[in-house]
Design a protein around this ligand. Sequence first.
Ligand code: SF4
Ligand code: SF4
Ligand code: FES
Length: 329
Amino acid sequence: MSNTTKVTIKAFRFNAETDYLPYYKSYEMEVGKDELVLDLLNRIKWEHDGSFSYRRSCRHGICGACGIKVNGKAVLSCKQNAMDLVELFGSELTFDPQSKKRVVKDMIIDKSDFWEKHAVVKPFVVADIDEHPTHETKVTKEEVENILDADYCIQCGNCHYACPALEVNEEFFGPAAFVAAYRFTVDPRDNAGKERLEMTSQLGQGVWDCVKCFECAEACPKEINPIEKITKLHNLEFEKGIATRNVATKHAEGFLRGMKKTGYLDEADIVLYSEGILGMYKHIPTAIKMMKSGKIHWHSGVPFINSIPKIKNLDEVQKLIKISQTNRL
Ligand code: SF4
Ligand code: SF4
Ligand code: FES
């Protein structure tokens, strides 16, 4: 029995200096069960076309250089087994760069927006260093656990270029910058936490513009779960009194208010609470669609009518909220 499978790879090709339009080129090869996506990239270059370009350096999932997309799935080439992808997608694999609109050549993209946003949140410990320290700085086990797993980030950019909020809003810092902001804000040696929380609380660029789609968590090869760090930044902003009253923070308050009152998610009430009556009329087309699909009732949209019934065991829900709430909104 053969230990290999015939695979067709369709690779995105584009040279920003010479090509007017991008195109796909197909390469056929027998792929072994232990080969990684990086091996296939190497084989395209070494066996088929020496001009094929991609980034790689460490081959050990450390340098963060080799992120690409295979059939739309963000992968770290040197960690991703190719046959697992064949099992998932079949024997035709499409290799794309992380972001087509930023391509310099083939799989290589211009990551400057990623690095600029990363740098803005000060991804380092900001501290006054005593030039002649008399003792070491001790960090407790709990404090270290707080930093992990955010500290495992290798800045591959997979989450950043998988984020739909970033695609439509260039100001948005993106999940990797938030991971870094969180990691250094909770570092007990750092003094710039307030500054980072202020930056990441701004509407447009900050954590409140995340739409909680979980694409970043899916895309991360280090299983860091950036959205968890985003939620922790939300909490820290409330705890430290940095969160300002705006439509996003009022949305969080409105959610909590509704859950306490009825135990149900009252979409209409949240909109009314966070955006006011005028804001509510903006959402009439969406409300009609939601009514049609049975997600809200017609009377839910009428302001000031308490039409949502109370859930059975509301007191249990209220107790759960009390136990789980880490801060006051
Ligand atoms: S959860 Fe938020 S940060 Fe993560 S990909 Fe979605 S919008 Fe972007
Ligand atoms: S959080 Fe994960 S996906 Fe995002 S840059 Fe860091 S390692 Fe890559
Ligand atoms: S080559 Fe370094 S992370 Fe893949």
